[in-house]
Design a protein around this ligand. Structure first.
Ligand code: MF3
Ligand code: CO
Length: 260
C-alpha cells in the first residue's frame, strides 16, 4: 500500500511489548495455516484455521474489514501475488505454491507477516523463486540498521531478486506498522542505496518481498483484491515485522522455523 510521506513513529518499550505479543500470534497462526496447506485443502479452510488461531490467543484479525477486505487470511496461489481472497472452491493441489499473509492486533498494536509455501512436491523453478524471495527479505532486513536509509533496504531486495533472475513488483511496498496496519514509511522492493528516510531506533517496519518469476507487471482481478502477475508467471511473497534497534534488527513475527 502506498502512503504519502509522514513522520515515522518510534515505539516505546511498552508499545513494543504489545507488538511482540501481536507478532507471536501472527507467527503461530502462520504456523498452523502453513501446516494445513496440503493438497485437497481449500483456501477457505486455511482462513478458518487462521481466524481460530488468532482469536483463541485473545487477538483480533487485522485484515478482516480493512478497506472492506472480506477475510482473515490472504491466500495467493501460483500466479496470484498478494491479496488472494480465500474461497471454498479454491482447492490446493500438489505442485502449487501458496502465499499466506495475515495480521493480528493486540491492544491496538499490529503484527503483519507472510510466507509462501510449497504444496506437496513443487518444481525447481518454484523452489528457486521462493528461495530468492526469502533471501531478498533476509538480506533486505539485514540492512535495516540505525542510521541506514529505507533505500538501502529496497536496493538490496531488488539486487538479490534480479541476481536470482526474478523481478520485483513496483506497485506494492512494505510499510511502517504499529498503531495501524500501514504507517509511514513505504518500503518499496526497488530503489537506490543512500536514499529515502533515515532509520532510527524504535521504528517498526513490515518489510515484504513481492517477487515474480517473469516480468514485474501485475494486475488486479475483478474481485477488486487479488493481484496476479500480468504474464501469468509464478510469484512469491514473504514478510516479517521487524524492529530497528542498536545492532541487528529484531524480528517481531518469528515464523522462520516453519521453513526448516
Ligand atoms: N500484508 C498485506 C499488506 O500489508 C496485507 C493487507 S491485506 C488487507 O498490505 F486486506 F488488509 F488489505
Ligand atoms: Co504488510
Amino acid at each position: 500500500m502506498m502512503l504519502k510521506s509522514e513522520r515515522i513513529e518510534t515505539k516505546s518499550a511498552q508499545e513494543l511489548e504489545l507488538m511482540r505479543r501481536a507478532g507471536a500470534v501472527v507467527a503461530q497462526a502462520l504456523r498452523a495455516t502453513a501446516a494445513a496447506a496440503v493438497a485437497g485443502a481449500s483456501t477457505a479452510d486455511l482462513d478458518k484455521i487462521a481466524a481460530a488461531e488468532i482469536r483463541r490467543r485473545g487477538a483480533k484479525p487485522a485484515f478482516l474489514g480493512y478497506r472492506g477486505y472480506p477475510a482473515v487470511l490472504c491466500a495467493s496461489v501460483n500466479e496470484e501475488l498478494i491479496h488472494g481472497i480465500p474461497r471454498a472452491s479454491r482447492v490446493l493441489k500438489d505442485g502449487d505454491v501458496v502465499g499466506l499473509d495475515l495480521g493480528a492486533v493486540v491492544e491496538g498494536f499490529y503484527g503483519d507477516a507472510a510466507l509462501t509455501v510449497a504444496v506437496g512436491k513443487v518444481g525447481e523453478k518454484s523452489r528457486r523463486l521462493m528461495a530468492t524471495a526469502l533471501e531478498a527479505l533476509e538480506k533486505g532486513i539485514a540492512k535495516a540498521r540505525v542510521g541506514a536509509r529505507v533505500g538501502d533496504i529496497s536496493a538490496e531486495i531488488q539486487r538479490v531478486c534480479e541476481a536470482g533472475g526474478c523481478s520485483v513488483v513496483r506497485e506494492y511496498s512494505g510499510h511502517g506498522i504499529g498503531r495501524a496496519l500501514h504507517e509511514s514509511p513505504d518500503i518499496p522492493n526497488h530503489g537506490r542505496p543512500g536514499t529515502g528516510p533515515r532509520l532510527l531506533p524504535g521504528m517498526t517496519l513490515a518489510i515484504e518481498t513481492m517477487v515474480n518469476a517473469g516480468g514485474p507487471e501485475v494486475r488486479t482481478l475483478e474481485d477488486g483484491w487479488t493481484v496476479v502477475t500480468a504474464d501469468g508467471s509464478l510469484s512469491a511473497h514473504f514478510e516479517y515485522t521487524v524492529l530497528v534497534r542498536d545492532g541487528e534488527p529484531q524480528i517481531l513475527t518469528p515464523w522462520q522455523d516453519i521453513l526448516c
